[in-house]
Write a protein that binds this ligand. Sequence first.
Ligand SMILES: [Ca+2]
Ligand SMILES: [Ca+2]
Length: 190
Amino acid sequence: MDIFFKYVTIMILRGFTGMMETQKERLYQEEKTGEMHITINTSGLVGKILVCILSFLMVLIVGCDSIYSGFQQEEEPNDSYETATEFQMSEGSWTGAVTTRDDKDYFKVYLAGEFTYRFRLTNLQNDLTLMLYNDSPEVVESSTNSELLDENISVDVAATDSYYLLVEVSSTLDTTDTYFGKYILYQSRE
Ligand SMILES: [Ca+2]
Ligand SMILES: [Ca+2]
């Protein structure tokens, strides 16, 4: 039994010495060639936790705002019918931000007769509402869901005309917030 333990101890020491020799050899080679290698050992638990934290931070930094990128955008000032941001398309999407309680975002859209149009206000960061006005302008439809719920409007258009969409802070929202966040507005037709 003693011989067995001596054998195991020698093997462990040889393994350890071998590791040290490999490390020394690597350092010698690096010194000789002037190269410096920085490696992160991801096999250990600490390494894995570090990678998880870094990945999570990357998602927070890059991911959160990227859902609003790549769209057409509102053009301020657009707080009235006269200054509305215009979009002329059958289907599409765009983004905007309600930056103050008084910020009203008007969009002028041209809708073709005998189609059903759907508008969806989504990815809200605060309680916003969506209104659709005709060219008069009179309210055609409104969507005033609470909190961060999407706003949806569907309308059967009888005759081709221009319409206005309005995104604004919910009139019933009781808050001290001064910024009301971004949104994405989708238009589709069938
Ligand atoms: Ca705005
Ligand atoms: Ca505005």
